[in-house]
Every structure is written in structure tokens, then in C-alpha cells.
Design a protein around this ligand. Sequence first.
Ligand SMILES: [Zn+2]
Length: 527
Amino acid sequence: MLDLLIRGARIVDGTGNPWWPGDVGVRGDRIVEVGDLRAAAARRVLDAAGAVVAPGFIDLHTHADFTLPCYPRAAAMVRQGVTTQLVGNCGFSPFPVVPQRLDLLRAYAAFVDAGLSWDWRDAAGYAAALERLPLACNVALQVGHGAVRIAVMGFDDRPPSAAELDAMRRLVAGAFEEGVFALSTGLIYVPGSYARTDELVALAEVAARYGGFYSSHVRGEGDTLVGAIEEAEVGRRAGVPVQLSHHKASGRRNWGRVAQTLAMVDRARAAGQDVLADQYPYTAGSTTLAATVPAWAMQGGLDALLARLADPPTRERIRTEMAGGGAPGEREFEPEAIMISALPPGPDSACEGMMLTEIAAARGEEPVDAALGLLERHRGAVQMVVFSMSEDDVRCVMRHPAVAIASDGWTLAPEAGGRPHPRSYGTYARVLGRYVREEGVLRLEEAVRKMTSLPARRLGRRDLGLIRPGCAADLVVFDPDRVADLATFQEPHRFCAGVSHVVVGGQLVIEDGRDTGARAGRVLRRA
Ligand SMILES: [Zn+2]
């Protein structure tokens, strides 16, 4: 007797091979039979005639570690068919926590923190807190380099001493002992940006020792993109697989450079290095507004920035550098490309959804002063959306076989408010609707491979991301003619269309488009 039988679907199995008609049988939390199961008995039968059944999507890049405690159902993602998400990206993880530096860690994560309790110290403590929640999908953890560096060195802009490097290595090792999958870096954010390559190699060696991988928001996605991708040699030097996060070329003058960086990925792979990238399907990115401030001005953290802004000559130096488009290198400031997406409630709430140039005009200020004013009034807790990429680049990156689809999402439910980047709600549905069905950029089976077996391989999990007997019963059923993203930059809190059922560990978490409330999600540990 099967527990669940999905009948009459087009099976897109995650390998990239052409679909075939058939049935999928589930017992417990595993797929047990695939094929013609007309004769099989099952406690529960879903008629999926005309629909696609695929492995549940594995999102390698989210920041939901800071929002899951508030929105444990992860509705934005699960309703698209995401059944596993990897958190802890871009150097941000909610551990390790060192009590005397907790304020620094909270300030660092202020723009993604939806109100964590912070009553844990390490990966195990955080995982235990997650496991007490009614999770709808699985969560895999990474340890963030930024969080580790804060725990040991605060926001100091200098190389670590031997003792400090050793302390960081011990914290990274501790996280791997507790089951994290990878070490992440965010090299545009302070204090990640203060790290030299040797420090990253020394820490990535720890990841290598545990069979983990190294994911990186590289040191520059604009003018310095090519050199930043070269720095992924960290993986070669440390002997660890590399995941290049949200691959893109930012800023008009850099459009087209992804052809060069993808060729670099090809060369590294041809030389035997395990390098993959991921991508969200939009021409806009999103991060903290503080990422536009010169790196030196962030030294010491947010309080130090606010103190500098309160000092007129230092403020003038900051605003002159920003108004000039940003210091050479990264951290561009392009006010005409910036939309304010979320900030704490109050008189500035009307700024949500407005371009920075509009806000400045309404206040009779220069855009740089409008930006600095928002950062001061909200102590850095301001998110922005930046329209900085080209559609041709998005398609070019998407076509590359070593690029997985990932959302870079963080907001998880409509009650979060604000105007966050729509990628949390739309990434997977947008690829399947717009880029597969409407534009033909990818075949359906190839798109599903990039959402399933490719990211599963990065996690080192052969039992995820495939429709095959013995694999986890994480499944999504969607209508390939109707699946579409409905979330927009102005109305981001809209669920996608066309996804009817989502199964996590054999349990229906979405049934006919509705949340069943099943507590099916688990925290995955690296084997
Ligand atoms: Zn990032």
C-alpha cells in the first residue's frame, strides 16, 4: 500500500532528460515506485493529468535564516515548489554568537533580521530553534564568514593575528561538526570586505576538511567583476568546491562581461575544479542601502558609520565619494537605479517603492543626502532594489549548464510588508513561465534540472533532486501552461500561479494551492 500516488503526470525527473507520462508512488518520506502504477493501491491519490510532477526545488541561495523564525511556513518560496533551501549566504549567518559582540552581529544583519530572539550560540543551537518551528520546507545551513569574523575581530579592518585566525578556524570547524554544508563569504560587505584572500583560503581549508563547499558573493559584481571571480581561486587553493552566488554583471558599463566570467568558469571546470554558479531571473538586485557607502566609512560597523556621519568634515568626504559614483572599484552609487524597498515603520514609510531620485526631489535634497539621511534615521535598516543588470546577461547566464536557479530571497510572507524584491515570490515560477514557456531560453527539463539535481549535487545529496525510487519524496506538481510569477517590484507580495501541490518528505504541504499546515520541514545536516 502506497501512502501517496501522483497519477497521470508528465514526469520531469530532474536529470534534464525528456519528460515521460507516468505515476509516482510514495511511502513514508521516500519515493518508492515510478512508472505505470495503475494497479497500485494508495491511501491518497492525486490526479495530475496534464500537469508536470518534478522533484521539489532546491534553493541554494536564501537569507531566510533571518526570517524563518517569524515566517516558518516560508510561504513565498514553498508555494512555488521549493522544498529545501540553503541559508547562511553572503557571509551572513545568525551564528556563531559571542554575547559581548552580539550587538555588532545584529547591526550587521539588521537589513535582513525580521526579529530573531538570538538565544543560541552556535549552529546546533540555531538548528534546534528552527526545529521547534512549524517548518514547511527543509533548511540546510551554512556558516557565514562575516559572522565568524565579527565574533573574533568585530569590525576591525586588518588581517587577523595568528591567534585570531586560529579562533576563526575553530568556529568554522565547530559549525561543520554541527552539520553545516558550507562556508559562505560576502566580500562586498564589511567586515567580509576586510579579509584578504589568504584568510579566506585558510578558512575554506576547514570546509574542505569536512567535505563542505565554499560559496561566495564575490568582491565585486561591477567594474571589478573579473578580478573578483578570479578570487574564487580560493576553492582551488583550499581544495574545496566553489559556488558563485547570484552571478551577474552590475552597472551598464559592465554589461556583457558575464560571457568572460562564464568562460572562466568553463576553464576552471575543464581543469578539474568543481565550480558552479547560481542566478535569480531578474535584472534588478537587492541589498542593504549601506552597501553604497564607501567601505572605509563602515569600518567599526554601523555605529561607527553613524558617528562619522555626525562629524561634518567626515560626512562631506563620504558624500563626495558617493556623489562621484562611488570609489573606484565596487560599492557604486547610482541613485537613478536605486529603489527603496523596505525600512522600519514611521514617517519614511512612504519612501517604500520610490526611486531614490524621487525621494531626493520630494525632499529638495541631493540623492546622496537623501540616502545618508535614510541610513541615519533608520540606523542602517534600509533595503534597496537596484536596477543594474541587462536582460541579455540574464539570459546568457541562465543558459549556462553550470548555473543553478536560486532566489536570493529573504522575505517569506505577505505580512512582512514593505516592497522587497519579488524574487522571493517569483524566481522559480518566472523561470518556468517567462524563460521556458514564453521565451524558450531553456527547455523545461533543463530548467528543472537547474532547480533540482544540480543544486542537490552541490549539497552532496544524491537522494534529493531526482524522481527515482529511494529518493526523498519532495515533489512539486505544476501546470506548465499556466505557471507564472505574479509578484512585481510594486506589488511583490503576490504568490505565483500554476503550482497546485507541493510534497515535502512525503507530506502534502501545499494542496490545491493551499497551505495544509503540515510540519514537514527538517533541518538537514551534512552527511
Ligand atoms: Zn549576496
